[in-house]
Ligand binder design. Sequence first.
Ligand code: ACO
Length: 396
Amino acid sequence: MKFSILLSTYHATNSHDLAKCLDSLCNQTLLADEIIAIKDGPIPEDSEHCLLDYSNRLPIRILEYPVNRGLGVVLQEGLLHCSHDLVARVDTDDEWIVSRTGIRERRIASDHETTFTLARDAADRALQTAGLTGPDVDLVIVATLTPEYGFPSTASLVQEAIGATTAGAFDLNAACAGFAYGLAVARGFIESEMYRTIVLIGSDTMSRVVDWTDRSTCVLFGDGAGAVVVQRTDTPGGIASTCLRSDGSGGPLLIQRAGGSRHPTSAQTLLDGSHYLRMNGREVYRFAVTATTEAALAVMVDAGWTTNEVDLFIPHQANVRIIESAARSIGIPMDHVFVNADRYGNPSAGSIPIALCEALDHRRIQVGSKIVTVGFGAGLAWAAHALTWTTPTGSS
Ligand code: ACO
């Protein structure tokens, strides 16, 4: 049955190289209707006859090399350096922040950027990279704990903005584990064959709920969004195991008390600052290391993988020390762990898709790479996946 496309990158400096790339693409995708090749560099000047030759065998669409391949990521213009920008506001210093968290800088949304605009732009890029448009989309999921409004959902705003005219849309709140939860939901819809194309976005503007006078939290969080297009593929691989967990007894450890049904916004809640995020850092730290370790091991066991087989571990980027400690407990060496918390801090639900996208950009992921990813956060909630990457640029 023919139904798929192969989304791939190629890098060729002459027509001979290009022919080799196209050969391998054609061999990988005997069942595909067409090839979408993402140009990773300039098209060689002498390549026209070669492209013509191959496009007689299979339709080939060449796309420009996008900013981030296979996925869409939006990071904010505002760069916040740890101590330089913060010491003026709270009693902290660069040495403390870097040694306790590993975070050196973060992106902070400008006044005209919101959770919705970041989500929309990330979704646009993901669709463009996948060679799809709004009408191709069946479902839009936005994982966020900082939605544009109480309601309507941010996902509905994105659905309209990307022209996904026949899609359903909803927000999903599992805090920093939101993207990992969203991937489990997308997996369910795809595997049940209810939907064919799902845009899953993790987007948060944590700077809008952080108390900038609370030094124990304002040094940690950042803003950002990442999006993926999830589709069925014939290539062996995909998500081998999923683990979702929650422990509601830990709710008070990380909480935004006001603005909901229990404590509607009032002059009093504004006065006592209960509309801000509050956290018991030490307890969340302990939880994070244990949860990350247990969930990662659970999906690896379920997938039948040993630690040696894991090519890349992509954990939630809350704190480099948490990541190092969990990696040690799991038994994965740090050169198999992706870390970008030093540059982005913790962009909550945006964290894992941004890391995934960067890992692709840095060529840390290839077809067949075995990846373990774990998200954790308020709830308490945590989630993990063991997945084998199926396309070089990863739209599926
Ligand atoms: N600068 C200087 N000193 C500070 C700062 C700061 N920014 N923040 C706290 N301190 C002080 C504290 O007041 C304390 O001083 P004291 O001993 O005089 O009381 C001292 O540093 C030690 O504080 P701890 O809280 O014990 O520091 P710790 O080593 O635990 O590090 C941190 C704190 C970085 C917050 C850590 O606990 C952590 O990373 N926790 C996990 C947080 C997390 O991952 N949250 C996101 C979850 S995802 C989501 O859903 C949103």
